[in-house]
Design a protein around this ligand. Structure first.
Ligand code: ADP
Ligand code: MG
Length: 243
């Protein structure tokens, strides 16, 4: 577990600015929820941290390592960062076990280690071992998201990024899946950034909440501090807080 920091990060697509001078620190082993309206730049922020996109300005560091800065760009597969997409993005033609194994870097593919590590992360994600041989289409949406999390955690990443991982689930399943995911993250003590547009989820997820509006990080702090002192009526309305 390592502290993740963004300093002055900006990004445009063509001539369209999407993120403006974003600075954010997620302390080692803690969880931050990023909230904001659709189109505000949340996914772009995660994609920059993951190394799927390059920032135009600013830097991203993980502990003492600079991941991205002018003249420096560590490729995604060497960042030690796990990523869970909205729909899980599991490989449809691979079983649960094969999907999770795929997340392990080549150098740790010592044959005897693998089944144990797969069992371990499945248990961590509250997945019954009997599901190991199923294919993604034979799982519920909540199970698929937990497999995506297990795959992300398998290589013991420094950081896990979750992009609206529960938004496609129905209400009952969402609550149950969210709790299983939080428990797994808690056990792994991994530095985590969750993007969500669910305010209850944001307020209960972790130590810090960061609010993005139109590509600007407009407020960050402890959930209770943001809830009690929202900097704008929009944030207050979003969080259901009094102004
Ligand atoms: P959010 O996740 O908050 O909904 P996104 O980060 O996905 O927002 O998108 C922010 C803005 O950037 C949107 O206007 C979107 O259309 C634009 N955008 C995102 N990715 C690309 C891309 N690869 N090319 C061009 N525009 C993009
Ligand atoms: Mg998004």
């Amino acid at each position: 577990m390592t502290t993740l920091s963004l300093a002055g990060v900006s990004k445009s697509f063509g001539r369209v600015p999407v993120l403006h001078d974003v600075s954010l620190t997620v302390a080692a082993g803690t969880r931050t929820a990023v909230v904001g309206a659709s189109g505000s730049g949340k996914s772009t922020l995660l994609r920059l941290i993951a190394g799927f996109e390059r920032a135009d300005a600013g830097s991203i560091t993980l502990g003492a390592t600079t991941l991205a800065a002018p003249g420096r760009f560590v490729p995604a597969h060497r960042r030690g960062i796990g990523y869970v997409a909205q729909d899980g993005a599991l490989f449809p033609h691979l079983t649960v076990e094969q999907n999770i194994r795929f997340g392990l870097p080549r150098r740790s593919r010592a044959r005897e280690d693998l089944p144990a590590r797969v069992r371990e992360v499945m248990e961590l994600a509250s997945l019954d071992a009997a599901l190991a041989r199923r294919y993604p289409h034979q799982l519920s949406g909540g199970q698929q998201q937990r497999v995506a999390l297990a795959r992300a955690l398998a290589p013991r990443p420094e950081v896990v990024l979750l992009d609206e991982p529960f938004s496609a689930l129905d209400t009952g399943l969402r609550e149950q899946t969210r709790q299983a995911v939080i428990d797994a993250l808690e056990h792994s003590v991994v530095t985590t950034v969750l993007v969500t547009h669910d305010h209850d989820e944001a307020l209960s997820f972790g130590r810090q909440i960061a609010v993005i509006a139109d590509g600007h990080l407009v407020q960050s702090g402890a959930p209770s501090a943001v809830f009690d002192n929202p900097v704008s009526t929009e944030i207050a309305a979003f969080l259901g807080a009094a102004i």
